[in-house]
Design a protein around this ligand. Sequence first.
Ligand SMILES: [Zn+2]
Length: 383
Amino acid sequence: MSGTALPPVHGHADVRATLASAAVAGSLAQSILLHGPAGIGKERLALWIAQLVVCQAPTAAGGCGECQPCRMALKLEHPDVHWFFPLPRPDASQPEKLREKLEEARYAELSARRTDPFHVPAYEKPPAYFLGTIQNLQKLAGMRPAMGSRKVFVVGDAELMVPQESSQEAANAFLKLLEEPPADTTLVLTASSPGALLPTIRSRVLPVRLLPLAADDVQAFLVNERGMAADEARALAGISRGAIGRALRLAPQGGGAGVLAKRREAGKSLLFAALAESPSMRFAAAHGVPPAGARGEFTDNLEALAEWLRDLLAVAAGAPDQVAYTGEARLLEKMLERRPVRPEGVARSIMRVQEAQELAAGNVNPQLIVSTLLRGIRTDLVG
Ligand SMILES: [Zn+2]
């Protein structure tokens, strides 16, 4: 099977330049931790490092992309590039059987990612690292490389190695590997919250901090890799906070820029209702929300409200060029002239929206969520 190539890496140019020069000089660290916000392409960059390591002719720009190891790495088919990620616990009682099933599940997921690099798995149980996973990794690390002179392990979401007591042993087993990795092995970990990693793990890796991408990078990705129209891509990039993953999550399933505009309007109505003099506006806004169902749309509208609040904060702070939708900065300025708000209240309101989104994911009545939220925002902003 030929498989779909991984999409090109977007952004992180400085980090890539540093890592590539180190590789060319033969001084690339053996264990690396890429950390930074979710959705900014940490695992893609980890796979880029893996390609750099197995490439036969690396340059200051990275893996050559032409040699056979590069081409295989790009297709996720290189036998010495091992990609690990958290998986749900398979049903198996015996440890040996569990290990086998974990490896089968990993291969199934890898095969799905080869076909569609944007594949998002829908797991019924929370994914994690289990002792069996790390034992499988250790076994591969103990073997000689199949093709070249080195093997690389990409360990995504490494902070999930210690979410609860049950996988503490997985973290400890992994620590053993990090203490004495085989000389021909490179380990690349990624984590969104490196603070959740065991300090003993953190101290054995070279930490590389990744920053959110520039909006232009996100836009270019959406246009080039997802075939999105430029206006829709620009709108999404503006609210992505530099994370391609977030932009993809917020992208409407069909409907394009029209759906985004509708969402944006819904967020605006919520903001204006929160700021209205009359409580009846807030009452009406809460009752406009369907009491059940359409939860996806509801959380999207809350997200749009958060974007309006962020833009409001930008305008209140005298930075109207920072708003996601520059065309609407003037509207917010006029609103603030009529009714000044407390900037510190805006930040608190944004947190309120995030809490409301968490509630919305649970089983709380959306009308109740909105009515409480709008009252809270009003208190934050105008007292
Ligand atoms: Zn190459």
